[in-house]
Design a protein around this ligand. Sequence first.
Ligand code: MV4
Length: 451
Amino acid sequence: MFKKILIANRGEIALRVVYACRELGIRTVAVYSEADENSLHVRFADEDVCIGPARGADSYLNVPAIISAAEITGADAIHPGYGFLSESAYLAEVCEACHIKFIGPSPGVIRLMGDKARARRAMKKAGVPILPGSDGPIDSEERGLKVARDLGYPVIIKAAAGGGGRGMRIVRSPGDLGSALRTATREAQAAFGVGDVYIEKYIEAPRHIEVQVLGDHHGAVVHLGERECSIQRRHQKLIEEAPSPALTDRQRRKLGSTVVDAARAVQYTNAGTFEFLMDPSGHFYFIEANTRLQVEHGVTELITGVDVVKEQIRIAAGERLSFKQSDIAFTGHAIECRINAEHPETFVPSPGQIQAFSVPGGPGVRIDTFAHADCVVPPYYDSLIAKVMTWGRDRQEAIARMRRALEMTVVEGIHTSIPLHLKILADPDFEAGRLSTAFMDRYQTAPPRTS
Ligand code: MV4
C-alpha cells in the first residue's frame, strides 16, 4: 500500500480524499494555491506545498509544479480528484515516467474516452447501444447533410474533444446544418485545439443516467448501479440520486452488465462512469465515459456501502477488488443537492466570506464540504461549497430528510442555491420522479426588464 498520497485538488473533494487516506493509514500531501492557504484541506493534510498563484492555470493545472511537489515530499501516488487534471492523459503519463502512481485509469483509456467520437466507436464495437450517428468525424457539409438526412432531424453536432455539454449544437433543419458545422468546428478548434465534430440523432428531453464502475488490475470489473442526474442547468448538475426512479431491477441488471462488459473490452481500471441518455420510451444510449471520480459518487456510496475513494486507492496500489458483483446490494435511496455559492434566482456567482455556517446531522444525512464559519469562498474556482446527501429506506424518506436538512442549513454572508433546491424538492414532478434534462427549463430566469 502507498505510504503517502499527494492530492492534486482543492475544496470538498480534496478533503474527501484526506478522509479516505486517514482511514487507510496513508499520509497526505495537500497542494494549494495562494487563494487557498487557509483551507481545510491544507489544515487536515499531513504536509502541504504551495504550488502557485490563485488562478487554476497557475496552480491546480500546473503539472510541473504538482510533480515537483510530489518528488520533494516523496509521495508515491497522486489522487487528482475531479475537474482540474483528473482526466489529463498527460499527467497520467508523466506520473508513469516519474514512477508515481496516478490514481485513475491508464493514459490510454483516458485518451480513448477523451475523444468522444473514438469512445463512441469503441462502445459500439463492445455491444453498447449508441445513438444513431456518424461513424467518425464529419469533414464536409455534403457528408454532414447526407448523415443528417439519413438520421432525420433534429440532429446534434458534438465536438470529439468536447464532453460535458461543451461544444454542442442542435440542428433542426437542413438549411441550418452548414453554418452549424462550420461554427462547431471553429469553436472546437479554438476551445480544444481539435476541430473534429460528429453528428448524432438528437433526443428531446432525455433522462441522464450514469453507471459507476470499478475495475482492478487483475481483470475484475464490477458496477455499483446507476445515478440519475437529470436535474441540471446549463450542464451543471443540481441534484443527483440513486437509484434512478425510472429503472426496473431488470433494466438495472441489464444496463449494469452491458457496462461491465464494455469496461472489460477496453481494459478499464480504477473508477469510471459511463453516461447514458434514456429516451421517453425507455431506450438507453451511451454518450460518454468519465475517467475520474465524480462529484456525485456519494449517493452511490450511500446505497452500496462501498467507499469509492478507498477502492480507487486500493486498486491503484495493485490490490484485488475485495468483492464480487453478487456481493453488492443496493439498499434504500440517496439524494444529493449541490450547494453552490450563487444567487438562487439569477445564478450569479456569490463568492466571499461566509459569516455563519451550520449544517445539520441526524439520521441519514451526510455532508461533504470545505466550508466553515469565517471561511472565504474564492472567486477563482467552481462555486460548489457543500454537498448535502441524504439516505432513506425509500425515495420519499430521502426527500423528506433532504428537505429538513436544507431547511436547517445556515449559511450567512454569501448567497446559496438552497432556496432553489427547496423549490425543486417541492415540485410535484420531482416528487413523482418525472425527471428529464428539460426539467429546469421551468425555472428560467426572467428576462431583464427594459423599462
Ligand atoms: C445529447 C442530447 C440529446 N441527444 N445527445 C449534454 C452533455 C453531454 N454529456 C451530452 N449532452 C447531451 N447529448 C443527443 N444525441 C442531450 C444532451 C443534453 C444533456 C445530457 C445530459 C444531461 C443534461 C443535458 C442537458 C442538455 C442536453
